[in-house]
Design a protein around this ligand. Sequence first.
Ligand code: FMN
Length: 305
Amino acid sequence: MADVDPRVELAGIPLRNAVLTASGTFGYGTEFAPFLDLEKIGGFVAKSLTLEPRFGNPPPRIGETPSGMLNAISIENVGVKAFLEEKLPALPAGVVVIASAFGTAPEQYAELAARVSPHPRIAGIEINASCPHVKAGGIEFGQDPQLLGELVRTVRAATEGPLLVKLSPNVTRIADMAKVCEDEGADGISLINAVQAMEIDVRTRKPILSNVLGGLSGPAIRPIALRMVYQAAQVVNIPICGIGGISHAEDAVKFLLCGASAIQVGTLNYLEPGAAERIAQGIAQYAADHGFARVADLTGALELG
Ligand SMILES: Cc1cc2nc3c(=O)[nH]c(=O)nc-3n(C[C@H](O)[C@H](O)[C@H](O)COP(=O)(O)O)c2cc1C
């Protein structure tokens, strides 16, 4: 295993390995420092930011299902100012940080990107065009190719830094959404966000979330995510970051084989806060066991037929 090169590149961002942690499931990074060495994972995507601090939906806003988690947090975050002034400086120097931008109009995303991406600690921006439970904003951008195109175009004009677009699975044709991002100048795409879902408590006869609808994440969505990464990879040449229900190194490898250059670990962080480091080691082990000199060579190595 010693001679496997674990390094990959995502949207022009060099990563020490292919494992990032997903926005909203890893706080602002420091919360996880007691559980894993932040400098041993590829990097992390911070909680989505809005221009002003934002309170999310009232509780209950998280619930369990037999194979995943349902949430309707709705982008509760400290806002861009506190992120830049308080959260970023608290991180160890070698940690790769990707900021996530959210807004209700393309101009808000663009302003966020313009404020955050020049910061020397920020490796890139991921725009969250896909939050499944915010009434105005993310979900519309992620579901309408024209709006998505306008969003990517507007943010692209506001930053020269690496730009990833995080896609919604709540669409009919994921390949069309991926292509729009490439055409409008994104450097990469991340997929998927949570799948719109609901759950009911039959004792109370009420939905388990105050918001009624939420986003399903965790093992239940992994095959859906894998299918979408595969379909997106057929139509774009920009790198893909695969997300959705990854729990083991082999899950991560499946995304790489389907065409992802890197992956993100999300819901699993709540169960096993050190999981990303374990998965990074497991991917390198898989590469060694299967005769790959570089983890990067796993990308697109799916055998069909
Ligand atoms: C509690 C929670 C909060 C989330 N918040 C965000 C967010 O702020 N921005 C975002 O882009 N995705 C957010 N997500 C979606 C995750 O980043 C990820 O795309 C999704 O959970 C699927 O991956 P997983 O199955 O590994 O969790 C959130 C997910 C959860 C479970």
